[in-house]
Design a protein around this ligand. Structure first.
Ligand code: CP3
Length: 333
């Protein structure tokens, strides 16, 4: 069994498994080289040969235990025919929502529109570099996708006051998302994904009274679906205050924590395998400090099933040598 599955399924940490969110991305010069000639990000995600190459880039450099497929959570709104663009120094920018158009969409249309993602997963999974490692597929949680679909770009610190004004529309979109995210999960698994991670990057924007309806219930539906396909699922509800309650309610196989979570406290509260935690900004400091901080997490979780990762994606300004140092340090721990 691969080291990450060993942690999640057998609850044993062997060989200090490690992978990094956004491990394929802008901090790597070989990625920037490809990106320079491919200004359309969505088109790049839909070029199965290039997205396979990008997915494998970090595995050629570092002894990571998983490949995470080079794609984006916004491929789902794109597959639902909402316009999605990525603007330099701005991030994602989505077009208007046309509910009647989305409601008419069939599974076949959706799969056809983003099929190259699944082709890339097949290519990655069968590559020698991924032997004895996991291919991780992923989706955005319904709440985070709803935020993008309605807000049309990344929210800054809070939601617009009128965000919840059209409840009928919101309920309709949540229903559609539940259906199509499941289709996306199933197709990734059928193509070779061995683990699914659910990113709920904007879970922290909600008040307690709205968590049941927008975070807990819709995510539980996806977790149960993924488990029914016999594939483990990791959840990352970034910024949520009560990780314990989340874990008990949503019941993922493993939980990924953000860098604001106190690792000592969470270890006491949570029984399931834990992933991540270290602040990505630590990689912008020096090796001595990096070693100290990484060791802190490894020490705390030495008797708890743990997968090393960061508390959010690796930052574009990270020096690949620092990543190299981190991976070696974790493996030699
Ligand atoms: O290596 C990996 O982790 C796999 C690929 C991956 C990407 N996006 C590629 C990407 C994954 C898992 C994601 C998830 C994603 N996308 C999330 C959830 C995780 C998180 O960061 O909170 C979110 C919210 C998005 C939406 C998104 N995509 C934003 C906000 C942006 C722009 C800002 C940014 O961080 O770059 C993207 C673009 C994006 N997705 C890039 C990459 C490598 C950068 C594209 C570029 O080259 O300009």
């Amino acid at each position: 069994m691969s080291p990450i599955s060993e942690v999640i399924v057998n609850k044993q940490t062997k060989n200090n498994p490690i992978w990094i969110m956004r491990q394929a991305g802008r901090y790597l010069p070989e990625f920037r080289e490809i990106r320079k000639n491919n200004p359309d990000f969505i088109k790049l995600c839909l070029n199965q040969n290039l997205s396979t190459e990008i997915t494998l880039q970090p595995l050629k450099r570092f002894e990571l235990d998983a490949a995470i497929i080079f794609s984006d959570i916004l491929m789902v709104p794109y597959g639902l025919n909402q316009k999605v663009e990525f603007k330099k120094n701005f991030g994602p920018s989505l077009g208007d929502l046309n509910l009647s158009k989305i409601s008419e969409l069939t599974e076949e249309d959706f799969v056809k529109k983003i099929n190259q993602v699944y082709e890339a997963i097949k290519l990655v999974s069968s590559n020698q570099l991924v032997k004895n490692k996991d291919t991780i597929g992923f989706v955005g949680a319904p709440w985070t996708l709803l935020v993008y679909m309605i807000n049309k770009h990344s929210p800054k610190l809070k939601l617009a006051n009128n965000f919840f004004s059209d409840e009928l529309l919101i309920n309709e979109i949540l229903k559609i998302l539940d259906k199509f995210i499941k289709i996306h999960i199933k197709n990734q698994i059928d193509s070779g994904a061995k683990i699914i991670q659910i990113f709920d990057s904007w879970a922290g924007l909600l008040n307690k009274d709205k968590l049941d309806k927008y975070v807990y219930d819709p995510t539980l539906s996806l977790v149960e679906f993924t488990k029914s396909l016999n594939v483990p699922v990791i959840c990352f509800p970034r910024g949520i205050k009560d990780y314990k309650k989340y874990s008990e309610y949503v019941k993922p196989d493993a939980i990924c924590i953000d860098y604001e979570v106190d690792p000592v406290q969470i270890k006491k509260e949570i029984k399931i395998p834990i992933q991540g935690g270290m602040d990505p900004k630590i990689l912008l400091t020096d090796k001595e400090n990096l070693k100290k901080e990484a060791k802190k997490y490894l020490d705390i979780f030495k008797d708890h099933p743990y997968i090393f990762n960061l508390g959010h994606g690796v930052l574009p300004e990270t020096d690949p040598n620092m990543m190299d140092y981190l991976v070696k340090m974790v493996k030699d721990y």
